[in-house]
Design a protein around this ligand. Structure first.
Ligand code: FES
Length: 120
């Protein structure tokens, strides 16, 4: 099981267990399940409302996560949180090139992560 810690300057930190390996549960699904108030809109990866910052708990490496999907690439590009070079490198490394993620698109993996919200 992965430990996911949600942190916000406006709320008390909350750490929850995620059932890793489901390959379907998003950060937003997990937040909603535990009543963690991450803003969201479309839930389709289009609006960027659910932008969060994701990092490894130890802070020593980028979280594995999964590579960004097409919708996440488009939204993060529009929001100015990812460059074309970072996108190209992502396809080589097969890991996300940035800590910025869309909570409705990032699938929980078997790793302990810190999710910071709101993103602004
Ligand atoms: Fe719209 Fe996540 S809720 S991009």
């Amino acid at each position: 099981m992965a430990l996911i810690t949600f942190s916000s300057p406006m709320h008390k930190d909350k750490t929850v267990y995620a059932v890793a390996g489901s390959h379907t549960q998003t950060i937003l699904d997990l937040a909603k399940e535990h009543h963690i108030p991450i803003d969201f809109g479309c839930q389709e990866g289009n609006c960027g409302t659910c932008l969060v910052k994701v990092s490894s708990v130890d802070g020593k490496r980028r979280p594995m996560g999964g590579p960004l999907n097409v919708r996440e690439v488009a939204a993060l590009t529009e929001l100015g949180h990812i460059t074309k070079a970072e996108i190209e490198q992502m396809y080589v490394d097969d890991i996300p090139p940035t800590q910025w993620r869309l909570a409705c698109q990032m699938i929980v993996r078997d790793e302990d992560i810190l999710v910071e919200y709101p993103s602004k």
